[in-house]
Design a protein around this ligand. Structure first.
Ligand code: SF4
Length: 375
């Protein structure tokens, strides 16, 4: 059963006294069981969120940290009080920690940001004349479409440049004014000068200078989405054809450059395949033993926890759970490397959890096997 403890304090006169007061409150109230804690400043701002398998031990360790050398000492000095919740397991605490960090974005939490920074994502912006960007982490921006995660931001950046060139997509500043060919009224008073040389050398359709209609540009955007979704190899086919033609014309320098481009795009494609495989691997029913017998079942599909359940104790509870498992895993979801921003952090968290504790996979069952065992 989840319990909530709150320790509200009258602000003591000195930092040392305040620390002593918080430490006494932890000693008096915190238990050594899995939980999530929040450090709050005097004005109520949540400055830090953390989790631990042994909450009391973890919280008391903050007061042994050496200031200013240790990060823990710096964190606890920013706090005026500490609040905590208990959770059935370290895994449950980890999920709750992620949710709180995403909700409150505490300024001292850098761990999640650091995790996300290990990976690059390809972001397709929305709005007029969408463009591809290589970013680290999602920034929680659900208005955009993300593909990834990928290793090697530099290589991904090069592949995105090839995609832009192959499909004629823009790569200029987001605030570059766009004037489509089917918006002639916008040219009144504007010289038809492209924003950069890419239009002149035919690497960009030139939506800034009326070089294409909105529909023509959108067709290319759909092509790039097809490629990034793994549904369309169009850019690869076009490059292969160009490569063959250049070789036949004995244009060896050009053929060499096309081969490099092709290899970069194929590298990106291979990463998509590996990524989709990883996502599909993270699809199962995961049973986690909990503190004091509070065992939980997590329905994980495509790298996301779809629901959490208390272990069924009766036949009717079992039947209800079988219905839930069937609902979650039977619906058709298209395989894709596309991710909504809010799913990225959970996917990274789950893959890192099962990488750190591979033995945990022994507690997982394919949905069909779980249903057969339960029935
Ligand atoms: S040609 Fe225009 S739209 Fe294309 S990249 Fe250059 S500035 Fe952007």
């Amino acid at each position: 059963m989840r319990a909530l403890s709150k320790v509200g304090l009258v602000r003591p006169p000195t930092p040392a006294a305040q620390l002593a007061c918080m430490r006494d409150a932890v000693k008096a109230g915190a238990k050594d069981r899995p939980g999530v804690y929040r450090m709050l400043a005097a004005d109520g701002e949540i400055v830090y969120v953390g989790k631990s398998k042994k909450l009391r031990t973890r919280l008391l360790s903050y007061f042994r940290c050496e200031f200013p050398v240790d990060k823990g000492a710096r964190i606890v000095r920013e706090a005026d009080r500490i609040e905590w919740d208990y959770h059935p397991s370290e895994f449950a605490a980890l999920l709750e920690e992620l949710r709180l960090i995403k909700r409150y974005r505490p300024r001292l939490n850098v761990a999640m940001k650091r995790d996300a920074r290990h990976f690059a994502f390809i972001k397709l912006t929305r709005g007029i004349a969408p463009k591809l960007l290589v970013v680290r982490g999602s920034g929680g921006d659900d208005a955009q479409i993300y593909y990834g995660p990928f290793h090697g931001a530099q290589r991904v950046g090069e592949a995105v440049r090839e995609l832009n060139d192959a499909l004629g997509l823009r790569d200029c500043r987001l605030d570059q004014p766009m004037h489509y060919a089917d918006q002639p009224e916008l040219f009144k008073g504007f010289p038809r000068t492209p924003g950069c040389i890419r239009y002149e050398i035919r690497r960009c359709l030139g939506p800034c200078v009326g070089g294409c209609t909105a529909a023509q540009y959108d067709t290319r955007v759909q092509l790039v989405r097809g490629f990034l979704d793994g549904a369309d190899d169009g850019p690869l086919r076009a490059l292969r054809e160009e490569l063959v033609a250049a070789s036949e014309r004995l244009e060896f320098e050009r053929a060499g450059s096309l081969r490099d481009k092709l290899q970069r795009l194929e590298g990106l494609r291979e990463q998509f395949i590996r990524f989709r495989f990883a996502i599909e691997t993270l699809s199962f029913v995961y049973t986690v033993p909990g503190f004091d017998g509070d065992d939980r079942i997590y329905l994980i599909r495509r790298g996301r926890v779809r629901s959490e359940h208390v272990i069924p104790r009766s036949a009717s509870d079992r039947l209800r759970l079988i219905d839930m498992v069937t609902d979650v895993f039977a619906s058709v979801e298209r395989e894709s490397a596309q991710l909504p921003a809010h799913e990225i952090d959970e996917l990274l968290l789950l893959s890192s959890w099962f990488r750190r504790f591979p033995a945990e996979l022994a507690r997982s069952r394919a949905a069909s096997a779980y249903v057969a065992e339960c029935a």
